[in-house]
Design a protein around this ligand. Structure first.
Ligand code: SF4
Ligand code: SF4
Length: 320
């Protein structure tokens, strides 16, 4: 008989009390696939099962997990990175700083040395090479981190300041807030660029959310390629699933990654989303897909379970 999710989890917790259970990133090759729906449901359902859970919204350019989790008592921390400031009275206009900067963020002209803070990657190289110590490093705010609680779920969310071009420093700051114990669900930015990679790096498992459309298929293929390059263990959740989605199944099969759950295409789920309501509260039947997903993840903890799948790797997920 199939073991229930709750007993499965509690057995794992008994084996490893008080330790980090899993850090799971929920990602997608494209926006609008239901990534936040999956991430917020996982967090809430784990908490309802008595688990210690942290939800971290790393989609810092457009965080929206708060719309569904409705956290309260949010505290805010401003996050800054360091950028160079030139003391023009000390500057020799030697060009050493602009010579070392790979990002053209500091330019030494005959009359003035200019800093372009948006281009700066805060490496500190220019201040190190400046022969006259004319460069100091000053904080440049890039966004805020909000922390609070959504029921039993610990809530963390990063919001990038308007006009900021680079997400990874803020995502790194969000991840520094993560606890070492319990479950952590990271809501990743869409796409497969550096913000995605910064989020999924160091995670135990990555859930790629897709939809059975040509766009969804195309971007899932890209995400699987990146996962393969990064040697990430991952599985797929198909949102707005329908009976005929052979291409999605074929792609997952050829990549050697499992489809962990399929969330049915249901207008009531879309209506709940539009209201900012958890779909599982509006359409209880949807809960079965999430329970299936969580059971899969819980079984990854077991020594006897198959090694988690790295796309294209030699190992294959065999969880039924
Ligand atoms: S800190 Fe690094 S990236 Fe920024 S201006 Fe200096 S050399 Fe360029
Ligand atoms: S390295 Fe220092 S002294 Fe030389 S141009 Fe840059 S700021 Fe001026």
């Amino acid at each position: 008989m199939r073991e229930s999710y709750a007993s499965h989890i509690s057995r794992i917790q008994r084996r490893q009390p008080g330790v980090r259970v899993m850090r799971i990133a929920v990602a997608s090759g494209k926006g609008g696939t239901g990534k936040t729906t999956v991430a917020t449901h996982m967090a809430v359902l784990l908490a309802r099962g008595g688990e210690q859970v942290t939800y971290a919204d790393c989609d810092v350019e457009a965080p929206n997990g708060h719309l569904f989790l409705k956290p309260n008592a949010l505290g805010e921390t401003v996050v800054s990175r360091f950028v160079p400031r030139v003391n023009h009275a000390e500057c020799l206009h030697c060009g050493e700083c602009s010579g070392i900067c790979r990002f053209n963020a500091i330019v030494s002209l005959p009359a003035k040395t200019l800093v372009y803070e948006d281009l700066c990657h805060s490496c500190g190289g220019c201040s190190l090479v400046c022969p006259s110590k004319a460069i100091s490093e000053v904080p440049h705010p890039i966004g805020v981190i909000k922390e609070g609680a959504a029921g039993a779920v610990r809530f963390i969310s990063g919001t990038l300041s308007v006009g900021e071009a680079s997400c990874p420093p803020l995502i790194r700051a969000v991840k520094e807030k993560l606890p070492e114990t319990g479950w952590t669900i990271l809501d990743a930015p869409p796409g497969t660029a550096c913000a995605f990679m910064e989020t999924v790096r160091d995670c135990d498992y990555v859930i790629l959310v897709t939809e059975p459309t040509p766009f969804g298929l195309h971007d899932l293929a890209l995400a699987l390629e990146v996962a393969k390059t990064m040697q990430l263990s991952c599985g797929v959740v198909v949102n707005r699933a329908r009976p005929m989605m052979a291409e999605t199944r074929d792609l997952c099969r050829s990549a050697g990654v499992p489809i962990l759950a399929e969330i049915a295409d249901d207008i009531e789920v879309a209506r709940a989303y539009a209201r900012g309501q958890l779909a599982v509260d509006a359409v209880p039947a949807i809960g079965r897909a999430f329970q299936q997903l969580l059971t899969h993840l819980a079984r990854l903890q077991e020594p006897a379970a198959a090694t988690a799948a790295v796309p294209g790797g030699a190992t294959k997920e065999t969880i039924a």
